[in-house]
Design a protein around this ligand. Sequence first.
Ligand SMILES: C[S@@+](CC[C@H](N)C(=O)[O-])C[C@H]1O[C@@H](n2cnc3c(N)ncnc32)[C@H](O)[C@@H]1O
Length: 220
Amino acid sequence: MPRFLNVACVTALMALVASGPLDAQLGGRPAEQWALVLESGRRLGSLEIENVVSLIEIEEGQVVADLGAGTGVFSVPLARAAGTTGTVLAVEVDAGFLPMIDEKARQAGLENVQGVLGEFTDPNLPRRDVDVAFFHDVLHHIDERQAYLLTVASYMAPGSRMVVVDYDMNQPGVPHGNQPEMLISPQQVAEWMANAGFVVSREVDLFEEKFFVIYTKVGQ
Ligand SMILES: C[S@@+](CC[C@H](N)C(=O)[O-])C[C@H]1O[C@@H](n2cnc3c(N)ncnc32)[C@H](O)[C@@H]1O
């Protein structure tokens, strides 16, 4: 089976338990069950985690928000990239994921990953000097995307970056194809980002079915 279909099946399974935007955000089942899906070998094998993190070009000492961190599969490599003087704020609305993120960081010997319990409309970040806000497979789960991005932008200064890796509704066979409220396009995201003060600074051609775009906040 092509890799894309494997991932699509997993995502379709996730969609089955989600009957609406709020349920989609909550996941509709305990974090322990979601963790099995998020950490399935097939999914992890398709994410190109190290490649994605490397392409973001995080600098030592930077503050990175991993928004919708899930089990933290990106939080740990992001924290390594930020180095011991940097910080990863691993944000989740599902409190059940926070101990999993802590444990992953502990096992990796990292002390620079901080779990944050966010709200659906506000990540509740403890600081307003975020250098990189990272969304992997998350933005389409968020109900009020424009409002959320505006709020995230309020934690960030000019020159900081948002990174979105997500399924592109323009691609054939995209997951959640029968749930229009779960579909987004890079064009929509670029518009929401522009309204939040961010411009596209890099489009990375890494995945067939997903877009991977880096946006930079303009202004002084
Ligand atoms: C498909 S998972 C992706 C997890 C992780 N980013 C990854 O790629 O492995 C989507 C995650 O987004 C979280 N989420 C959904 N809405 C959110 C919101 N408004 N703020 C923060 N997290 C949210 C869910 O709880 C879920 O863990």
